[in-house]
Design a binder for this molecule. Structure first.
Ligand SMILES: Nc1ncnc2c1ncn2[C@@H]1O[C@H](COP(=O)(O)OP(=O)(O)OP(=O)(O)O)[C@@H](O)[C@H]1O
Ligand SMILES: [Mg+2]
Length: 236
């Protein structure tokens, strides 16, 4: 479904990605792991069209989408839930959800908003509340729900569990599995490597702008290099 081939992305003269190759098969959850500063967010932003690679290509459903604008890519079915959530704090929950459907003009929007509110009951309870007054976990759910309203085929999640309490993290991972089960493909960036590999089908590990390890998620959970660097101390 998604094929990233040899991408190199720069911030000015600083090269953040070096020959990054990765594939996401339709219907899977693929996770991208790595330490702080490895290049995970840069990879996600390059796929979503927020950054242009200097080299390499991004293909989506067989089409070369390299260099397309984020709004064009949303229409093609790629939605990014960015690191830090980026919900609109002075807009209500309902208004935030409506923003997720900004490019649509079909008549199912209302029904789809009702559906995501059923999926995330906390958002229904708080639909008139300002986004900024929600807890971290609720904001993350809102950010994911908003992205789902663009009806993505591929959902890019950048560290959805960051800064959340363990119980809420468990909710988020459960939700990611449900999103997969409903037919949406997921590329998941996570610091919580163990939980990410448990939910994922396939995984990639980045270090200083390069993919250094890739494999079936179940194999990576046992891979000594992964265990030592990313799973060692985590007990969850
Ligand atoms: N706007 C920017 N300008 C210059 N350099 C940047 C910018 N954003 C990121 N970088 C650098 O690019 C490299 C990759 O950063 P990136 O944010 O992609 O890492 P990451 O794997 O997402 O890290 P984290 O786990 O901290 O989110 C880092 O060395 C970072 O310092
Ligand atoms: Mg990041």
């Amino acid at each position: 479904m998604l094929k990233v081939s040899g991408i190199e992305t720069f911030y000015g003269k600083i090269q953040a990605l070096k020959n990054v190759n990765l594939v996401v098969e339709q219907g899977q959850i693929v996770t991208l792991l790595g330490a702080n500063g490895a290049g995970k967010t840069t990879t996600m932003k390059t796929i979503a069209g927020l950054l242009k690679p200097q080299k390499g290509t991004v293909e989506f459903l067989g089409e070369n989408i390299t260099g397309m604008r984020p709004d064009q890519l949303v229409r093609k079915g790629i939605a990014l839930v960015p690191e830090g959530r980026a919900i609109l704090s002075t807009m209500t929950v309902l208004e935030n959800l409506e923003m997720g459907a900004f490019h649509r003009n079909d008549k199912d929007i209302k029904k789809d908003i009702e559906n995501v509110m059923q999926q995330f009951p906390i958002l229904k309870e708080r639909e008139d509340q300002l986004g900024g007054t929600l807890s971290g976990g609720q904001q993350q759910m809102l950010a994911i729900a908003r992205a789902l309203l663009s009806k993505p085929k591929l959902l890019l999640l950048d560290e959805p569990s960051m800064g959340l309490a363990p119980l809420i993290v468990a909710d988020i991972f459960k939700m990611i599995r449900e999103i997969k089960d409903s037919g949406t493909t997921v590329l998941l960036v996570e610091q919580n490597a163990k939980q990410a590999l448990k939910v994922a089908d396939y995984g990639y590990v980045m270090e200083t702008g390069k993919i250094i390890i890739n494999g079936e998620a179940s194999n990576l959970l046992e891979d000594p290099r992964v265990v030592e660097a990313y799973l060692g101390k985590k007990t969850s």
